[in-house]
Ligand binder design. Structure first.
Ligand code: ADP
Ligand code: MG
Length: 230
C-alpha cells in the first residue's frame, strides 16, 4: 500500500464575499494526507468541511496558501486540467447521492467512465466489478427510485470507485441513512480502502462513521482544532 503524501495543504485560507466585506470559511489550514489513509473531517455545520473537501477535490481554489493534490497544484490548474485530475484521480460521494433518476444503476456507474478512452467490453467489466464491490449486481437494471437510500449510496460508492481513483472524497455520506445502512456503507468503504489502498477523506459528524476512521481532524470555525490518529 502506498504511503506517500498525496494531499498537502499549506497555509490555506478561503474567504467568500459577504456583502461589502468577506467571510473567512477556512483559516491557516496546514494538513497532509498519505496514500491509503481513511480519515475524516469532523465538525459542526458551518465549520468548513465541505469548503475544504471542495479544495482537495479541485472544485475550488484557496484564496491564500497552496493545495497540492496527486502531484498537481490545484491553485494553478485550468478548468480543463482540474477536470482531468478529477476524471482520473478523484471519486466523489455526496450526502444526497446525486444519481441521475432516469438512468438505471448500470448507466449511473458507467457514466463516470464515459470520459475515459476504453473499449465497451473493458468498460462493462469495470462497471460490473464496481457493482460487485458494493453488493449490487442484482440491481443493475433498477432505477434509483426503486432503491433504498442505502442502496442509492452504494451505487454512488460504485460510481466513485469505478475509475479506480487514488482518492475518494465523501461529504457526509451517511447523513440521510439509518443506523444499519450507515454502518454498511462505511464498512464497504473500509473494505475498499484495505483491498485497493484507495485513500478516503470523509466529512461527517456521525458517530457511526467516526468509529471506523483511522484519523479524525476536528474543525471549528474554519480552523483545525485537533488532528487525532486513532
Ligand atoms: P460545513 O460543510 O462544515 O457545514 P461549509 O464548508 O459548507 O461548512 O461552510 C463553511 C462556511 O462558509 C459557512 O458559514 C458557509 O455559509 C460559508 N460558505 C460556504 N460556501 C460559501 C459560498 N459559496 N459563499 C459564501 N459563503 C459560503
Ligand atoms: Mg458540508
Amino acid at each position: 500500500m502506498e504511503n506517500k503524501e498525496i494531499v498537502k495543504l499549506n497555509g490555506v485560507y478561503k474567504r467568500f464575499p459577504s456583502g461589502k466585506t468577506e467571510f473567512t470559511a477556512l483559516s491557516h489550514i496546514d494538513l497532509s494526507f498519505a496514500g491509503g489513509e481513511f480519515a475524516g473531517l469532523v465538525g459542526p455545520s458551518g465549520s468548513g468541511k465541505t469548503t475544504l473537501l471542495n479544495i482537495i477535490g479541485s472544485l475550488d481554489v484557496p484564496t491564500e496558501g497552496t493545495a497540492d493534490v496527486l502531484g498537481k497544484r490545484v491553485n494553478d490548474l485550468s478548468h480543463k486540467e482540474a477536470a482531468l485530475l478529477r476524471n482520473y484521480g478523484i471519486g466523489f460521494i455526496f450526502q444526497t447521492y446525486n444519481l441521475l433518476p432516469v438512468y438505471d444503476v448500470y448507466d449511473n456507474v458507467e457514466f463516470a467512465l464515459l470520459l475515459q478512452k476504453m473499449s465497451p467490453n473493458e468498460r462493462k467489466r469495470q462497471v460490473m466489478e464496481a457493482l460487485d464491490w458494493v453488493g449490487l449486481t442484482d440491481k443493475v437494471h433498477s432505477r434509483p427510485a426503486a432503491l433504498s437510500g442505502g442502496e442509492c449510496q452504494r451505487v454512488a460508492i460504485a460510481r466513485a470507485m469505478v475509475k479506480r481513483p487514488r482518492l475518494v472524497l465523501a461529504d457526509e455520506p451517511s447523513a440521510n441513512l439509518d443506523s444499519k445502512n450507515s454502518h454498511r456503507i462505511v464498512q464497504t468503504m473500509k473494505q475498499l480502502n484495505r483491498d485497493l489502498g484507495t485513500t478516503f477523506i470523509f466529512s461527517t459528524h456521525d458517530e457511526k462513521v467516526m468509529q471506523y476512521l483511522d484519523r479524525i481532524i476536528y474543525l471549528k470555525d474554519g480552523e483545525v482544532e485537533r488532528d487525532v490518529v486513532v
